[in-house]
Design a protein around this ligand. Structure first.
Ligand SMILES: Cc1cc2nc3c(=O)[nH]c(=O)nc-3n(C[C@H](O)[C@H](O)[C@H](O)COP(=O)(O)O)c2cc1C
Length: 211
């Protein structure tokens, strides 16, 4: 049975473009994969790793005390969720030119020397990363200010991912009816539709998508 893991990271629920596109991806994916299952992991309020994690994750499992084993409980759940997925959608905003600290915390939990690195952990898993931002960074004069895509690409490479696609929903302020961004609206909407199409194609297993 195919399994999809969706990781959402926006701090907002109302009006979140990344959450809305993630929902759409889920709909398309479920339609294309009957009998499949989906896990949604919202990392917006995920706790950061703590001192216990730093000690326990460096020890062989057999050497851990019950208390130290418990320190890895959340990390183990998150790693298991990732291991179970055939497809992973990470839907994240750009915050202050980088990834949200909550998503970084999720990577800190799942990048585990004892479990997920040096083992091609995500090899063969289809990974789609949707990045939303108010500005445009995937092309043009601000590309050098994008600290999301290079960072996430590297973290996924550390996990052994070999099938990664980035999708971009940019100029998201212009998708609202705020008159300040009216001049950008047409371009923002065209880009948004192109991204929806790309996501639909990936959700459908990269097969033809019905109009
Ligand atoms: C704390 C914070 C920092 C942000 N930093 C940036 C930024 O550096 N560059 C940018 O283009 N947009 C930035 N934005 C705008 C968001 O990326 C944009 O609103 C995006 O649509 C948020 O994703 P969401 O719609 O899924 O909530 C920031 C928003 C917040 C709340």
């Amino acid at each position: 049975m195919a399994h999809l893991l969706i990781v959402t990271a926006s701090a907002r629920t109302e009006g979140s473009v990344s959450r809305s596109l993630a929902d759409e991806f889920r709909g398309g994916w479920e339609a294309a994969h009957p009998g499949s299952s989906v896990t949604v992991r919202d990392v917006a309020s995920l706790p950061h790793i703590g001192e216990g994690y730093t000690i326990a994750s460096k020890m062989p499992a057999a050497a851990r005390t019950p208390d130290l084993t418990a320190e890895l409980a959340l990390s183990d759940v998150l790693v298991d969720e990732l291991a179970a997925a055939d497809t992973v959608l990470i839907a994240t905003p750009m915050y202050n030119w980088g990834l949200p600290s909550s998503l970084k915390a999720w990577f800190d939990h799942v990048i585990r020397m004892d479990r997920t690195t040096d083992v091609d952990f995500l090899a063969g898993t289809q990974v789609v990363v949707l990045v939303t931002s108010a500005g445009r960074y995937s092309s043009g004069e601000r590309v050098h200010l994008d600290f999301v895509r290079p960072h996430v690409a590297h973290l996924l490479a550390v996990l052994g991912a070999d099938d990664v696609t980035f999708a971009n929903a940019e100029l998201t302020m212009a998708l609202t009816d705020n008159p300040r961004f009216a001049s950008m609206r047409e371009q923002a909407q065209a880009d948004y539709e192109a991204t929806r199409e790309l996501l639909a194609w990936h959700a459908a297993g990269r097969a033809a998508v019905a109009a």
